[in-house]
Design a protein around this ligand. Structure first.
Ligand SMILES: Cc1cc2nc3c(=O)[nH]c(=O)nc-3n(C[C@H](O)[C@H](O)[C@H](O)COP(=O)(O)OP(=O)(O)OC[C@H]3O[C@@H](n4cnc5c(N)ncnc54)[C@H](O)[C@@H]3O)c2cc1C
Length: 568
């Protein structure tokens, strides 16, 4: 297998133990009990506080991108330690080339069809209930219109988001990992430098570095899988340009076309029918899992109108503005801005989306609380119990509006734009992130609100009222939108290294045995939060690797759980 005649210590070595790394590791290890798997994780229980990976990231535009420590977590389970657990499917439109994408939809529907096969496996890992994301598929859920009078058409209310526990992968799967005899975990090690490819483009070893001591170790494996999250998987490839020796240079797309989601609120909807018939909150499936409705747009409509895929859901008014007059909302806002308590209630990025980082009109909020007693306290107490004390947690808080008026929250695809990128700093180590919404992203959000408004009026169902003047909308959207949590695009799938970084089986172009399992491989971001479908990609990768011939001479080990020292 390799030029140095090194015997591999492991059949596969997975770098990073977030949801992607854990699913590939467990699936592959179970499908191949005779093969050995190593899972290398940067974080460890001993580490605390800010880590050096985050400290060496420079975010150029902090208005639209969270600071690094808010975007990812290190340690077994990765960023599932703070994720919200929203599980959403990609849509057909995400795999269809449209002029607005400027030729950058570098995957196609055949991949989507292949990945769908693995959705049931992903749903099990994420514990989000049945693998069904549209009505009428979910037997227990009654498909009444989202609001009185709503009709299906260019706008649909038949798409569901589902919710994970939210499953914290480290805690949830550590016993399964421990029980899997052919799976070994190393925590507290950073994947650093790969060997040069040999004449067959095989890479025989990887140098890892102990985070605590900086000591270097060599790991010899048959295949390596980068599952270090989007930004770190991208950084590892950028740092290891020797991997692309056969290509002459790293692929142009590496680190480029960075996408997240444009999101925020620019309008409210007032439904004209019976307020009690508005499906504004969660439903529960037979197994207790939570689901929720959203507005989405028909594939043909998006294609014909050259628009970006977008979800719009019913939301609360802005918490920080006491004009909502809700004692419960004011109480929750006050809790969220209370220094120590606020940090315990939600991860910083989520807290920011609620408070917008503002301490605003405290006396008016106190007035709302007093006027709304006892509900101002009873409602938050019941929410607190459901959200923090139960095993399956209430995923969010949506309050009933007797006026049948709801804020609208948009969550929209971005165009793959080469000017949004991750690249190495001049020291060859640090990562520079440049990310902003484009005019095309913003324009599509506005047009889709107009389309929703027209559709609701045509159905006699309701209408939108905007929070900004028409001229101010683009500026307002650019100002409010902030991501960095849903990273994708920077190691995208394509049919050739001229257009992408990995092939359709996630193998890095120019190499024979290195793979990327991260949302960075997604060429388009769609409306969907990326982690659920990433789980399906991880299960597909495990099966694909299983189907490959073993061209390695792996020594048979009696007990795969060898001590780490024995491989140094
Ligand atoms: C606050 C918040 C809320 C979110 N909510 C949602 C949501 O509701 N729905 C959704 O779909 N997504 C959500 N996300 C995004 C979601 O968390 C990520 O998409 C998901 O965790 C990605 O999984 P992953 O396994 O690719 O990477 P990660 O979970 O980031 O795991 C990567 C692992 O690799 C390790 N690593 C990094 N570099 C190295 C290295 N050099 N060597 C060894 N190990 C390394 C890291 O320590 C980490 O443990 C949210 C994110 C945040 C921050």
């Amino acid at each position: 297998m390799n030029a140095n005649n090194l015997l591999p210590d492991y059949d596969i070595c997975i770098l990073g133990s977030g949801p992607a790394g854990i699913i590939v590791a467990l699936e592959y290890a179970r499908l191949n009990p005779q093969k050995s798997v190593l899972l290398v994780e940067y974080g460890s229980p001993q580490q605390s506080g800010e880590n050096n990976l985050d400290k060496s990231i420079h975010v150029k535009n902090q208005q639209n991108h969270h600071i690094p420590s808010e975007c990812t977590n290190k340690g077994l389970g990765g960023t599932s330690a703070t994720w919200g657990g929203r599980c959403v499917m990609y849509d057909d439109i995400d795999f269809i080339d449209r002029p607005i994408l400027n030729g950058n939809c570098t995957w196609d529907e055949t991949i989507f069809e292949e990945v769908k096969v693995h959705v049931p496996v992903a749903a099990k890992y994420f514990e989000c209930g049945k693998p069904e994301f549209t009505f009428p598929g979910s037997s227990n859920l009654n498909h009444k219109p989202i609001a009185d009078g709503f009709k299906q058409g260019i706008v649909t209310d038949a798409v569901l988001e589902r919710y994970s526990m939210p499953t914290r992968f480290g805690k949830r799967y550590s016993a399964d990992i421990e029980a899997q005899k052919n799976l070994t975990v190393l925590q507290g090690f950073e994947a650093r430098d790969f060997a040069e490819p040999d004449e067959n483009n095989n890479i025989s070893f990887l140098i890892i570095r102990e985070v605590e001591t900086q000591k270097l170790k060599k790991i010899i494996a048959g295949r390596f899988i980068l599952a270090a999250g989007a930004q770190e998987s991208t950084r590892i490839l950028l740092r290891n340009s020797q991997l692309f020796k056969q290509l002459g240079a790293p692929p142009f797309a590496l680190g480029k076309y960075y996408q997240g989601h444009i999101s925020g609120k620019i309008a409210s909807v007032r439904f004209s029918g019976d307020p009690k018939k508005t499906d504004y909150s969660f439903s529960r499936d037979t197994d207790g899992s939570y689901t929720r409705r959203r507005f989405q747009f028909d594939t043909a409509f998006l294609k014909e109108n050259n628009l970006l895929n977008t979800a719009i859901w019913l939301d609360n008014p802005l918490y920080f503005d006491p004009k909502h007059k809700s004692g419960a909302m004011s109480f929750m806002y006050m809790a969220m801005i209370t220094p120590v308590l606020g940090k315990k209630l939600a991860p910083p990025a989520i807290a920011h989306s609620i408070t917008k980082g503002k301490v605003n009109k405290v006396p008016a909020h106190l007035g709302n609380i007093v006027r709304g007693l006892p509900n101002s306290l009873l409602k938050p107490a019941s929410i607190f119990y459901k959200r923090y004390c139960l095993k399956r947690k209430l995923p969010g808080i949506f309050l009933y509006s007797p006026q049948n008026t709801y804020a609208l929250h948009f969550h929209a695809e971005q165009i793959p734009f080469a000017g949004n990128y991750m690249k190495l700093g001049s020291d060859g180590e640090s990562l520079i992130i440049n990310y902003s919404p484009t005019d095309a992203d913003v324009d599509s959000v506005i047009k889709l609100h107009e389309a929703l408004d027209k559709w609701l009026k045509d159905c006699n169902c309701g209408e939108l009222s905007y929070w900004f003047s028409k001229e101010d909308l683009p500026g307002a959207i650019k100002k409010m939108s902030k991501d960095g949590l849903h990273q994708s695009g920077t190691t995208r799938i394509a049919d050739s290294p001229d257009m992408g970084v990995v092939d359709k089986n996630l193998k890095v172009w120019g190499t024979n045995n290195i793979y990327v399992c991260s949302s960075s491989v997604f060429p388009t971001s769609g409306q969907a939060n990326p982690t659920f479908i990433l789980g399906a990609f991880a299960a597909r990768l495990a099966q694909h690797l299983t189907s490959l011939p073993t061209n390695l001479n792996i020594p048979k080990k009696e007990n795969f759980k060898i001590s780490f020292d024995s491989i140094l």
